[in-house]
Design a protein around this ligand. Sequence first.
Ligand SMILES: *Cc1c(COP(=O)(O)O)cnc(C)c1O
Length: 456
Amino acid sequence: MVDSVKYTLGEERIPKHWYNLMADLPSLPPPVLHPGTLKPVGPDDLAPLFPMSLIRQEVSTEREVEIPEPVREVYKQWRVTPLYRARRLERALQTPARIYYKYEGVSPAGSHKPNTAVAQAFYNKEAGVKKITTETGAGQWGSSLAFAGAVFGIDVQVFMVRVSYNQKPYRRALMETYGAKCIASPSMETNYGRSVLEKSPDSNGSLGIAISEAVEIAAGHDDTKYALGSVLNHVLLHQTVIGQEAIEQLAIANDYPDVIVGCTGGGSNFAGIVFPFLGAQLRGGRKVRIVAVEPSACPSLTRGRYAYDFGDTGHMTPLTKMHTLGSTFIPPGFHAGGLRYHGMAPLVSHIKQLGLIEARAYHQTQCFEAGVFFARHEGIVPAPEANHAVKGAIDEAVRCREEGKSRAILFNLCGHGHFDMQAYMDYFGGRLTDQEYDERELAMALSGLPAVPEPA
Ligand SMILES: *Cc1c(COP(=O)(O)O)cnc(C)c1O
């Protein structure tokens, strides 16, 4: 019996730098614009929300950004994360493919998100910040920032999308265990939340609304800053420890991926595993096929428009050019809460536009089917978001079988599903449906995109 193989590395092999894809791109993404003047934003525009060190990383084009030693110290608790060869899954699929997965579920919060939460909490602490506000969908990001806040002694206030707040009470309990304050969004705590509730008292909430609430609080208090768990360049940057480690681990396996698969909500775990490989390719290394997988009910990369849009529903953020469903689009309440965002990271959108990656959308029941199949052969229960990557990887492996090709497939198992068992119970009980988004609502949200003249 050939069993699954684990490739481990000691903590001394945790990367010393984050990798910045900007340095190797053939062209830079379009600038972030001030919503009032439509001029590129400067560091001062962002200073009320973020410490200057993170703003510098946001605009950096240097290839390597040093990881501060205190951040590496915290990473040591769970990094280097394991890379597995999924031999039992391969056998079950009767595929000649070699399937590898990088497992980020071993972090304290159970996903890749602490990679950036710890870094962001460190830089905020260094800047003398007392409190950080944020939003969370499924609760993965909120619990990751709550953990990081506990490590560095910063108060954390989390606006949690209401549908998830009700669906996932244990994530809320986890945030509170780490000492954070968790509020269902839309809430009565902010002007924006109150305005939403006035119009729709039963609002399910959305990441876009929760972001507006968190930004409003941070912008109004000097000792308070805001943290985002995905989308922004510096967040994607912090996640690149994943791909850098995977390159080293695959070298031990004497292998290199032909295909890399990741799920995309805002794009950070995808960028984390993909960018170091893509950078190597852009510097003349081997070409890799890269597949982004998103939910059919919130398909920004496959069905959205590449346009300037707000990052939030209340229109308090700057404008970024990205694949977007429109900032007022509210996706149906499906279970992969971490993938319910109307936009996509500008950097991921840019490389999609350059033709460097492919994108594909799946419905939630086929993703759960894939996740359950994976769990029965590999033992790990994936988060509902990660099931999208599992489904994408299994489809690639099946294609290898049909074409009689032995390719190496690498995917990011970005989190475990231990707090998402209600979703699995709903799946087993036949209560999960494949919800279509409302085409009319999408058309309306897209028609409301801000008018930004094309640069001459
Ligand atoms: C938050 C989250 C996602 C989606 O965010 P990305 O920035 O696209 O990675 C996906 N998977 C898990 C487990 C998450 O917690």
